[in-house]
Design a protein around this ligand. Sequence first.
Ligand code: CAA
Length: 387
Amino acid sequence: MDFTLSEEQLMIQSAARDFAQNVLKEGVIERDRDMVHPTEFIAQMGDLGFMGLMTDEKYGGAGMDTLSYAIAIEELSKVDASTSVIMSAHNSLALWGIEKYGEEELKQKYLPKMTTGEMIGAFCLSEPEAGSDATSQQTSAIDKGDHYLINGTKNWITNGKKAGAYVVIAQTNPEIRHKGINAFVVDATADGVTTGVKEDKLGIRSSDTSSVMFQDVKVPKGNRLGPEGFGFKYAMQTLDGGRIGIAAQALGIACGAYELALDYSHQRRAFGKPINNHQAIAFKLADMAMEIEATRMLVYRAAWLKDQGREYAQAAAMAKLFASEVAMKATVEAVQVHGGYGYVKEYHVERLMRDAKITQIYEGTSEIQRLVISRNIIKGSTYIDMA
Ligand code: CAA
């Protein structure tokens, strides 16, 4: 088994690390405090290839693999998880499905603008009454012959106020439940599209989360993604890939917290020696390092399976579940290693701890990941497909 990263993967790792450390780090505390969207960096991320990292070069993308994508998200998340989720939702939840299931004309219209970062994408699945229970869609998409008419409200939409293109999941025929659901690209400039207030969140505060409302929005037939009635499976497939992005984000948050804790443990002295010479602290660092390594294996493997064209839904759910729980634990421990300093903003770890929490919630809660995994193993999927 070869764990060596390719030259291309090392290149993206180094570019993402430089960008995170030299660009994003500056002002990250203030952006978090004041909920300031990192708009000024989006074009730069487009230039670096981050805004279309897995999209084909013919649409202006970087055409890289999922593993490169996970590595880039990991590096950004070590420093600024708000910016990494903007990138993750844009790439995994918007671009991926438009490229895979959109008609050529639709792709030509949206992808080149999206891969430069000129236009941001968002994914509208959750509703006030449909979160984990995603088949209970209330948003309607009525077939009017040459177009659909969309009505409804979507909640917790990452990039909600900044997006130029929304991928919207809506119900066309409630009688056949999930088989009546469709997915569409809806332009943010379409008549009847409005957004709610920017949510004042615990973490990832500088990313933009809001509700998005659709009132009698006319959507051309050509904006449907995939065949009639495919929308629920479309959403599930999108989330399978999205979960690799969030797992990579959680990995990066854990890693960022661990690196800060390790660094601090060398500098801070207590009882006449650096605190990492005390077993109470040294063992915390050992556990963090081990759990981060285990997480990285799960995340990279899920990405690799997707790149191989193999089944990855279960691997993505495992990676996301494990990574988010490790992120929570590692960030709490990083605050503890810092003592009182960990509790103030200047030392970054309290922000990472707040950011970690959402990785256990969005793109499927930890409970939903357990449901996905258990359903898979009970119906007989191979636990570890090494073949
Ligand atoms: N790929 C393809 N098809 C899938 C699938 C997958 N991964 N998972 C399920 N399906 C198919 C099933 O095969 C079934 O199809 P058939 O009837 O043809 O067999 C159909 O979808 C319905 O599946 P279930 O019967 O399993 O549906 P369910 O109601 O029991 O729920 C669920 C399944 C896994 C719980 C799903 O509802 C789910 O994932 N919920 C969580 C939703 C979620 O993650 N939301 C996050 C919102 S996005 C976000 O966070 C926004 C952001 O901006 C960051």
